[in-house]
Each structure stands twice: as C-alpha cells, then as structure tokens.
Design a protein around this ligand. Structure first.
Ligand code: ADP
Length: 272
C-alpha cells in the first residue's frame, strides 16, 4: 500500500523533472538557432559592402594610369566611401545592441525629455533636408526616469525611420505629451509608405525589413527597431506600432506613470 504510493509519487516527480529539463532544452535550442541566424545575418550584411568595396579597390589598383577619367575616379571613390559608411553604421548599431544586452542595468537618472528631443531636432532636420514638413509638439517639464543615452538612441531611431520611409513633401509630427493615466507618450507620426499588417509584429526582430533593397538604399542597418525595442523594455515602456500600407505609420514609446519624475513642487518654490 504505502510503498506503492511512494513509488507512484517518485515516478510522478521524475516525470515532472524530465518535462522541465526537456522544456529548458527546447529553450536552449531555440536560443542557439537565434544566435546562429544572427551570426549568419551579420556576416552577410558585412560581406556585401565589403565585396563591393574590394571590387572598386581592385579596379582602381589595376587600371592603367590613363584608363580612368578624373570624374570616373571620383565616382569610384564616392561609391567606396558609401560602402565603408554602410559597414560603419552596421558595426556601430551592433555595438549599441551588444552594450544594451550585456550591461546589467542602465544608468538611470532624471531625463529632461524636451531638452533631449531639442538636441536631436537638428540632426533630424538635416536628414530631412527640407524634404518634409516637420511638426514638433513637445511638452516641457515632463521628465522621465531613465538612461539618457539609451533614450536618445531610441528616439533618434524612430525619428530617422520616419524621415527615411516618408517620401518628399510628406508630413512628420513629433509629439511628447502626458497621458491620462499619468504616464507620457513619445510619438512619431508620418504619412509615408506605411507597413502591411503582417509585417508589424516582426519589425523589431534584428535585421527584419519589409523591403531589403529600399532599407539599404536609405541607409538602414535593419537594427534600429531592435535597438529601440530593447531600450523600451529596459525602461518598462511599450513600443507601439500603428501603420497602414500606403497611408503612414505611428511609432510610440508609452511610458507608464512609474517612469515619470513627478514635478517637485518644493524644489520649484525653492528656485523662485
Ligand atoms: P532599417 O535600418 O532597415 O530601417 P529598422 O529596424 O529601423 O531597420 O526598421 C525595420 C523595418 O521597418 C524597415 O526596414 C522598414 O521596412 C520598416 N519601417 C520602420 N519604420 C518605418 C516607417 N516609419 N514607415 C515605414 N516602414 C518603416
């Protein structure tokens, strides 16, 4: 009687343990596949510009002195420079991603969001080069608790994408505003090319792009949203994507109330 039920409990226990280990193994296998895919992707992304670059170097090296005009030469150097820049952007994004993933916790402090956005405004205006109408609607004195450099990088990625994926004459609105629940939302609203719904859930995967060719053409590395998503996660903040193909997209970072630094009234009165 009793020894039988002990046996039964033991068998049950062993079975549960086995199931747990089996589940862990599937998890490990999945991670391993992701890692292998990542390495394959990085290699591919680096090899393409490197092949082009090598091709140009060889041509220039082997061409007889008078075979190329000064213009042709300049054109070749421009194209080589472009490829080098592409590799540089990729390596820089990879380093950012690796930094976020390996450093245990970000350096959290009060971040003055309107100053941060203002700081990036020039870069965005330069990238747009007056091709778009940019509207800035930024609430002052709405501070969050976070890592300044990381938030800067997340915001910049979302704004850069809006500029890249919105044709000339498009409208891009950048908003930073409080939410009714006591949180706050940063949003970038564009009326650009938009994204078909089936792609939306996968956009923040590393190297996932709707249109590989177009993304490269506009200077994308395929890592921008992966970086933004990761940073959002570290700030317990949601990255929300709304988009309609052909109509435009809205990318938002939704900060919960806990992330906001409540306005310190005692300090404000001290200053007056
Ligand atoms: P990329 O460097 O290719 O822009 P991201 O990770 O930043 O990489 O974005 C992934 C993909 O999401 C892009 O290749 C593009 O297809 C799509 N995407 C991102 N932002 C927008 C946007 N504002 N409008 C349309 N498509 C976008």
């Amino acid at each position: 009687g009793q020894s039988h039920s002990i046996m039964l409990r033991l068998v049950k226990y062993l079975r549960d343990q086995y199931l747990l280990i089996a589940r862990d193994l599937t998890q490990i296998e999945k991670l391993e596949t992701t890692r292998k895919d990542f390495v394959a992707n990085v290699s591919h992304e680096l090899r393409t510009p490197l092949t082009v670059l090598t091709g140009f170097v060889e041509t220039l090296k082997d061409a007889p002195a008078d075979a190329l005009t000064a213009e042709q030469r300049e054109q070749y150097f421009n194209m080589m420079y472009q490829q080098a820049q592409r590799m540089e952007a990729l390596v820089s994004d990879l380093l950012t991603l690796s930094n976020i993933e390996t450093s245990p916790s970000a350096a959290f402090a009060k971040v003055d969001m309107d100053a941060l956005i203002e700081q990036e405004r020039q870069q965005i205006e330069a990238l747009s080069a007056k091709r778009h109408r940019l509207e800035w609607d930024i609430t002052p004195d709405l501070h969050v608790y976070g890592d300044r450099a990381e938030l800067a990088s997340a915001l910049l990625n979302l704004m850069t994408n809006a500029v890249r994926y919105t044709p000339a004459d498009g409208l891009i609105k950048i908003r930073w505003a409080p939410e009714i629940d006591g949180g706050a939302k940063f949003s970038v609203i564009d009326n650009g090319i938009g994204i078909a719904s089936e792609h939306i859930p996968r956009l923040s995967e590393r190297f996932y792009r709707v249109d590989r060719g177009r993304s490269r053409e506009v200077g994308g590395t395929g890592l921008g949203l992966a970086i933004a998503k990761h940073i959002a996660l570290r700030h317990e903040t949601a990255l929300d994507i709304q988009s309609k193909l052909g109509q435009g997209s809205t990318f938002s970072l939704i900060f919960p109330p806990e992330r906001l630094v409540s306005t310190d009234t005692s300090k404000a009165s001290e200053e007056t």
